[in-house]
Ligand binder design. Sequence first.
Ligand code: 3PG
Length: 207
Amino acid sequence: MRAATDILEISPIIPVVVLDDAAHAVPLTQALQRGGIHTIEVTLRTPAALEAIERITGEVEGVTVGAGTITQPGQAKEAARAGAEYLVTPGSTDRLLDEVAETGLPALPGVSTVSEALRLAERGMRALKFFPAEPAGGVPYLKALSSPLPDLTFCPTGGITPDNAGRYLALPNVRCVGGSWLAPKEALGKGDWGHVEALARQAVSLG
Ligand code: 3PG
């Protein structure tokens, strides 16, 4: 099993996807892969999410599948059962952290303050999601954390775009960013996998 810090090294961008139709999961993942992205975070925001994770893990080789937006009791375990290889939470309550730890999977827990980051460091967690990145202070905020918290690495997510991703990726404490722009609803609806592939290719070039 990978360490959480290794998850940040897979691709400079983690596509954060919302799938209404599990049938989109495999062609979407394959399009991202053709564009050079080898991970995908399927958010548990839709009834189709767990089936999507199952389909990707069952049918696509060479892509590491995460489950995101883990906020409710039982979701970490359900995601692990569906085949998720890492877990992402937007925030970090003790209950969520305990449930995530019980799965044994690597995790990117969400933080937006120094105290939250320190609490996670006390638990031995070194790879964190910084969320929501832009509203919570963006590049200057993360830059300010690098000196007092040099052992922590962040995946900023929330408001990241092709225009600002490069500025985050240039920070010493950022290894990758997360963003939903790689899987636009219209492209999914139309099955425009060529567009997804092009977005992935462009995103990879930012890192
Ligand atoms: C997430 O859960 O990480 C966010 O919804 C992604 O944010 P974005 O839509 O601003 O990229």
